[in-house]
Design a protein around this ligand. Structure first.
Ligand code: GLA
Length: 734
């Protein structure tokens, strides 16, 4: 059992593979204090770390300094309004308008396995994989019950947290802030990593030294967003990919989030994460409960790389679900950048024919097949096939594609409604809007008010009807605008603060219905590229379109940042045409192929425009990816360079048993008369001999030690953005 309650000290000790997390119940007043989070320790009596014998003491020993106590004690779940002036997790508005709340331990329960979070995505694990601790606390004055839920995973350095809040009083109460985690650390000498960006420039790494005061990352856009991602890492100032202490936090949620690192007055650091309190207010009537989404906390004492591999393992095994969890996914060709809105049955079939002859396994028909949609300014909501374009109907098209030996996938944007659509003409009040105020358009569309069940049901049924009409095995679920003008016809004024979260719950409900009704469907998430590249979506969608930027050079930065927290198998990545449509850059087909292979691979160009030589290269890439797919999806991932510093991007996949290694990368800039780059491999079996199968002369052999310490010289570069690739196999022990 990885959780123990040490009764005499009132200490909970949670152990994962190499980490411990310790909580203590303190004082006669039963405060729940945070003792320790880090490398595994065997001692049980470490609650001296709480310094409860030093001033300001605990209240029962020195009540005159109660506020000083609250403002310095490391509460497991800090509450607002009683004296902890650091960032709190829980704030309420009671029937008299008061906002304070105080939590004291009441009881606890420890059980094997992990409960589902009703209506929410969350990691899962069976009785052999994890154990759960639930600590029930109470605000006696409000009669508000708060259950803190912790699940350490047995074989991973992971602890998940979430919170349940229940109103046990007669009067209703409003939660105005209810975060999911709070951890206090000693010291303030840390760096903070977050992922920052914009449309077509998502998830670039931002690393900075933290300081006194608050450093926050958040989204108030109704989606996890292009701009910021619901992750944060707290790490030693000198931590690298391979060394140092790193704490990673990732929110399993796709809507508004808030995460913050705060350097506090006594040189401690507080990390919090949860639903963004901005525009949030949730009313609980008597007996009602609110469940927060989950936070995944990972600790690594071997740098950022180990944190990355822990997140990858957890998400591949204990978050992603369904048929494609452990199954190879089809290599697809998407017609978006090939045709945009200008396509018909004939055009699609001509692309599919060429694709199937090159080994590609699925055709995805993107935006523009429904209503009167010939540009991005109409028809969202009118999910009826446009038979002027799809002559012969959808079933005929799908059957023809199937006859070519390919699967068929389709694009939807179910959450949206075009101003110019039959649906909007019929139901103007179905979009999120404030009565009497003209809502803002974005891409000429509005967001459907999914807090209304009739809207959810109508949209879901129209999507379902299309999917049931032909042999469709893949859906690209897109979402192309942010939420503004928050208002709903369905919600009473005091509940308007619930709209953002109700919206997310409805999206999850729809995805759940879809994956239940069509269990074999491969769902790929997309949000104007990667505005919802988050762990919440991974629960429903094993792959997510990483970015609308398909330029191979820029993609190396986007995929570098994404790799810190999210598995490579989830990274939707396509070879597109040159000059690139987003940047105008010209890169070789080899480079585009190499970069796209570091993800769930596909093409997004008109293959009919390629010459014979290029088609042969595509066929070779497809063949190579099929060979490497298992290693890319299931292998351990190492970053071998920092593209921002090193003038090259390099990464490595290595099988669990270290017998197969794939190294890929791109050298960015040609320069005359310079030494060739050298890259050192990581995680290799030092005691083995490896043979180069690809990238160097065949049969060339090197020891694991040489690969890691001496490294490999990459070929001399002629030109910018030149890709390289090595494939090695272990042949013997040294
Ligand atoms: C978004 C997606 C693209 C494409 C278009 C279609 O921008 O990210 O891949 O599907 O919508 O309108």
């Amino acid at each position: 059992m990885s959780i123990r309650f040490i009764e005499k000290d009132k200490v909970f000790k949670l152990d994962s593979k190499d980490i411990s997390y310790i909580i203590a119940i303190v004082d006669e007043e039963q405060f729940v204090g945070h003792v320790y989070f880090g490398k595994k320790i065997l001692d049980e009596n470490v609650n001296y770390l709480l310094r409860i014998d030093e001033p300001p003491y605990v209240p029962s020993k020195n009540n005159r300094d109660r506020v000083s106590f609250y403002d310095s004690f490391p509460m497991e779940y800090s509450t607002h309004g009683i004296g902890d002036f650091r960032e709190s997790c829980l704030q309420v508005r009671d029937s008299k308008g008061h906002t304070a709340c105080k939590l004291q331990y009441i009881s606890h329960e420890i059980f094997k396995g992990k409960k589902e979070l009703k209506g929410l995505p969350a990691t899962f694990g069976d009785e052999n994989e994890c154990t759960t601790l639930e600590i029930t606390c109470l605000d006696k004055d409000l009669n508000l019950e708060v259950v803190l839920v912790y699940t350490p995973f047995e074989n991973l350095d992971v602890i998940t947290r979430s919170v349940r809040v229940k109103n046990c009083a007669k009067d209703s109460i409003t939660l105005t802030k209810v975060l999911s985690t709070c951890v206090d650390f000693d010291g303030i000498n840390y760096d903070m990593i977050s992922l920052h960006g914009s449309w077509a420039r998502e998830r670039h790494i931002s690393r900075k030294k933290i300081s006194y005061g608050k450093q926050a990352v958040s989204s108030n856009r109704g989606e996890s967003s292009h701009q910021d991602n619901p992750i944060i890492a707290l790490l030693d100032n000198n931590a690298t990919d391979e060394s140092g202490n790193v704490y990673g936090f990732n929110f399993v949620y796709s809507g508004n989030f808030f995460t913050q690192i705060e350097g506090c007055q006594f040189d401690t650091t507080r990390v919090v994460m949860g639903i963004n309190p901005e525009d949030f207010a949730w009313v609980l009537e008597e007996g009602q409960e609110f469940i927060t989404p989950e936070v995944v906390m990972v600790y690594s004492n071997e740098g950022i790389g180990k944190m990355t591999r822990t997140f990858h393992d957890l998400y591949r095994n204990n978050l992603i679900r369904g048929k494609y969890k452990d199954k190879k996914r089809p290599i697809l060709i998407n017609n978006w950048e090939a045709t945009y809105f200008d396509f018909n049955t004939e055009k699609l079939i001509s692309i599919a024919k060429e694709a199937s002859s090159l080994g590609i396994e699925m055709l995805v028909m993107d935006d523009g097949w429904f209503g009167k949609r010939n540009a991005d300014n109409s028809s969202l909501g009118d999910w009826v096939v446009n038979e002027e374009k799809i002559q012969g109907g959808l079933k005929n098209l799908v059957d023809e594609v199937n006859k070519l030996g390919m699967e068929f996938g389709i694009w939807f944007e179910p959450e949206m409604i075009s101003a110019n659509s039959d649906l909007f003409r019929e139901h103007q009040d179905w979009c999120i809007h404030i009565e009497g105020r003209e809502p803002a358009l974005c891409r000429e569309q509005y967001v459907l008010d999914l807090s209304r069940q009739e809207v959810v049901d109508y949209i879901y049924e129209s999507v379902k009807k299309v999917l049931s009409s032909a042999n469709i095995t893949y859906v690209k679920w897109d979402m192309n605008r942010q939420l503004t003008d928050l208002g709903s016809m369905n919600i009473t004024p005091e509940r308007h603060g619930e709209l953002f979260h109700r919206y997310m719950l409805a999206v999850y409900e729809m995805m759940n219905r879809l994956t239940t009704d069509f269990p074999d469907l491969l769902l790929e998430n997309c949000s104007g590229g990667g505005a919802r590249f988050d762990a919440g979506m991974l629960y429903y969608c094993p792959q997510i379109w990483c970015s609308d930027d398909t330029d191979a050079h820029e993609r190396t930065f986007i995929q570098y940042g994404t790799s810190f927290f999210y598995p490579i198998s989830a990274v939707g990545s396509h070879v597109s045409a040159v000059p690139n449509h987003q940047t105008g850059r010209i890169t070789s087909l080899e480079t585009r192929g190499t970069v796209a292979m570091a993800g769930s691979f596909g093409y997004e160009l008109d293959l009919n425009q390629l010459d014979q030589n290029e088609k042969e290269k595509v066929a070779e890439q497809v063949k190579a990816y099929k060979e490497y797919q298992e290693l890319i999806y299931g292998g351990k991932y190492y970053r071998l360079s920092n593209p921002k510093k090193d003038d090259l991007a390099a990464w490595e996949f290595i099988s669990e048993d270290c017998s197969k290694i794939l190294v890929q990368g791109v050298a960015f800039r040609a320069a005359s008369n310079v030494l060739r780059h050298r890259i050192k491999l990581l995680g290799v079996d030092a005691t083995a001999i490896y043979r180069f199968v690809k990238g160097r002369q065949k049969e060339e052999k090197l020891s694991g030690k040489a690969l890691m310490t001496g490294g490999i010289l990459i070929p001399a570069i002629k030109g910018d953005d030149v890709a390289f690739e090595f494939y090695l196999e272990k042949i013997e022990e040294c």
